[in-house]
Design a binder for this molecule. Sequence first.
Ligand SMILES: CC(C)(COP(=O)(O)OP(=O)(O)OC[C@H]1O[C@@H](n2cnc3c(N)ncnc32)[C@H](O)[C@@H]1OP(=O)(O)O)[C@@H](O)C(=O)NCCC(=O)NCCS
Length: 173
Amino acid sequence: MTARIRPVNLDQFAECLPGLASLLTDAVNTGASLGFWMPMSQADAVLYWREVLQDMVHERLVLLVAEDAGEVVGSVQLVLSDRQNGHHRAEIRKLMVRTTHRGHGLGRALLSAAHVEASYRGRGLLILDTRTGDAGERLYESMGYTRAGEIPGYTIEPDGARHGTTIFYHLLR
Ligand SMILES: CC(C)(COP(=O)(O)OP(=O)(O)OC[C@H]1O[C@@H](n2cnc3c(N)ncnc32)[C@H](O)[C@@H]1OP(=O)(O)O)[C@@H](O)C(=O)NCCC(=O)NCCS
């Protein structure tokens, strides 16, 4: 696999949109905890990505995508705090890799690319949360993230089942 990771600028967003929507539905409809219940339609995913575009327009969000043979196979977002006291921090959001491309180091590469982007923008403090027990926890710990704590029952499923979320932070050197 020879995926290439790049930031998406506003002019390139429209061409990436179908691939981004497909990436999100693939993840949600195979059980990933990304804020949505399955089944997720392509139309709902497009609506979500249009919200992301608004944050990009306001320069609050940097979107990175991984592409393989012209297809979007992964993405991660860096959400820049716009608080006066928060110009040194950012949130890592919605790291995801297409199911067909998992287990080959792409998640780790996307996170590394987000770190480079954060560093370039002077955002040395990174925070994120992930469903307790998910694969993301091992990835974040192996990338130097510190577990700040767990909030039990943070998310709720259609059947009423609740899951905890684990909050991590990382100081870039
Ligand atoms: C989490 C995710 C992005 C990892 O992507 P990936 O490309 O498969 O990850 P990598 O191949 O780079 O693996 C990096 C590390 O993640 C961990 N990991 C990946 N898949 C795992 C699994 N199925 N079980 C446990 N740990 C796993 C391992 O620590 C792995 O390191 P190793 O290969 O040295 O053991 C991917 O599983 C995904 O998109 N999941 C759905 C969305 C999601 O839950 N995102 C995180 C929430 S914010």
